[in-house]
Design a protein around this ligand. Structure first.
Ligand code: HEM
Length: 489
């Protein structure tokens, strides 16, 4: 009798896991009990595009996969993304998180992983602050140009690792925007240490152990899951302690009466003072600040610096592209002066190359997950409020219908017949909708100013061509390579 009951319970459980809980969602791969489809990622070809592409071919432009007990709905077609996530932006504005996120952050703080009023206020503050640096004296372009000049001087006539040189430059820009100082010679060991921590964090969060820690709380006592969780929290503590040191130093020197702001921490502390009589400083608490700094420091560094390193790798692998960039620079600029943003609209081939670098680098194999703020209807499916949902931009950027021969590096696909720059709305590396990247303006400025000035001054070459094979990671990183920066004049 007991064995019959156990058998019925087992069959009912399997029926529930494999059919019943899935019946209302768009179809997708069959989830295993408990782990869902997490194991499929470990078995798929790195860095993960392939499995999303396979699922789209098998299940269509919208499908569901399961991370442990959570259904995640993927929208993998540009026009469907447009008619949902752009058209009804507010319905897809929240961020999907698990119970681990508030544990990690000490509450609902920051911009990347928060929702509702907290997210709205932090996003507004971030956009406002970044925009203010870009206006008036054009402080932002000055900050970027001073790192461009330093990189050109460091690399001239040398064979170097572009990743490291670009990391220091991009790291210095975001550090300067946030805290008002750069990583010069005597601060480079501090930067190396922080960068290594960040690299470890990026690697750990994409492991199966971390996936289990995030989605199945009861697995957190298993030794390998606990180890991953402890590592993630240890790195958080180290980064938070670095941010707190910077905030304390700023508190010693800040002039609350001055209208000028040197960096984002200064802007935040002034807001904090304005709200000092409100509970939790009206969103401007010190916990909020360390979490916001974590978001901007991480998002502002890895993405841009990995894109630039991929960019040089693709150009080294496509010699005719470097020749065409040089010939455009020579015919338009006609001298060896530095290139500024004022030159941007006159260099269509370079801009097309940057577009193609972003498309090919395809930095996030899976985009961040949003959460529906109310029930939505997509292609006849009723998706409940609170479901995780993802505009899968990596699949769009490699969609062969939109970008024929998607794995070939062809800047010409972004040019019109008359040589002018073609506007291609499906090129969405910064994502779309209400959660579109708020650092886009800064990132675009960096990509243009670094690449334009590197090729204006140097001819790049390498004895062995850099590998363009990608490995797993939250943002895909290039394998290490070296190249020579030879003066052109
Ligand atoms: C080439 C460089 C970059 C790329 C490709 C990139 C891409 C992205 C993508 C795909 C998202 C996810 C959007 C979504 O949820 O659908 C995102 C979000 C975000 N990015 Fe970027 N990003 C870049 C540079 C930057 C920079 C320089 C900063 C900061 C200064 C930044 C800050 C952020 C933040 C704060 C979010 C979260 C926005 C929110 O949840 O409201 N990013 N980015």
């Amino acid at each position: 009798m007991i064995s019959l009951l156990l058998f019925i319970a087992f069959v009912s459980y399997i029926f529930y896991e494999m059919y019943w809980k899935r019946r209302a969602y768009p179809p997708g791969p069959i989830p295993l009990p408990l782990a869902g489809n997490m194991i499929s990622f470990g078995l798929s070809e790195p860095p993960g595009y392939e499995i999303f592409d396979r699922w789209r071919k098998e299940y269509g432009p919208i499908y569901t996969y399961w991370m442990g007990p959570f259904p995640l709905v993927v929208i993998a077609d540009y026009s469907l993304i447009k008619s949902t996530i752009i058209k009804d932006g507010e319905k897809y504005a929240d961020r999907f998180i698990t119970d681990m996120t508030p544990l990690y952050r000490g509450g609902e703080y920051g911009v990347v992983e928060s929702s509702g009023d907290n997210w709205r206020e932090m996003r507004r503050f971030t956009l406002h602050t970044l925009r203010d640096f870009g206006m008036g004296k054009n402080l932002m372009e000055e900050k970027v140009m001073s790192e461009v000049r330093a990189l050109l001087d460091r690399t001239s006539q040398k064979e170097v690792s572009p990743q490291w040189e670009i990391d220091i430059a991009v790291g210095s820009i975001i550090n300067n925007v946030l805290f008002g100082y750069r990583f010069d010679e005597d601060k480079q060991s501090q930067f190396r240490e922080l960068k290594e921590l960040l690299g470890e964090h990026m690697k750990t969060v994409t492991t199966l152990s971390a996936g289990l820690a995030f989605t199945l709380p009861w697995t957190r006592s298993f030794p390998f899951v606990r180890e991953a969780k402890d590592k993630i929290f240890y790195i958080r503590d180290r980064l938070f302690s670095f941010f707190r040191q910077q905030i304390d130093a700023k508190r010693q020197t800040i002039d609350y009466d001055s209208e000028e702001n040197e960096d984002l921490v200064e802007c935040f502390l002034k807001e904090q003072k304005k709200h000092e009589n409100e509970p939790d400083n009206g969103f401007y608490s010190s916990k909020q600040l360390v979490n916001l700094l974590l978001d901007l420091w991480v998002a502002g560094m890895e993405t841009t610096s990995n894109t630039l390193t991929w960019g040089i790798a693709y150009i080294l692998n496509n010699k005719e592209v470097q020749k065409r960039i040089h010939s455009e620079l020579d015919s338009v600029i006609k001298s060896d002066r530095l290139i500024t943003l004022a030159d941007k609209n006159h260099l269509p081939y370079l801009n097309a190359t940057i577009n193609e670098i972003q498309r090919m680098a395809n930095l996030l194999p899976t985009n961040l997950f949003r959460k529906t703020t109310e029930e939505v209807q997509v292609m006849g499916y009723k998706i409940p409020k609170g479901t995780g949902i993802c505009p899968q931009i990596a699949t769009v950027l490699y969609d062969e219908k939109l970008f024929p021969s998607p794995l070939s590096f062809k800047p010409e696909r972004f040019l019109n017949d008359d040589g002018s720059l073609k506007k291609v709305e499906e090129l969405v590396p910064f994502s779309i909708g209400k959660r579109q990247c708020p650092g886009e303006g800064l990132a675009r400025m960096e990509l243009f100013l670094f690449l334009a000035n590197i090729f204006q001054r140097f001819e790049l070459s390498s004895t062995s061509l850099p590998s363009i094979k990608k490995s797993f990671g939250f943002t895909v990183q290039c394998s290490p390579y070296k190249c020579e920066f030879k003066e052109r004049r």
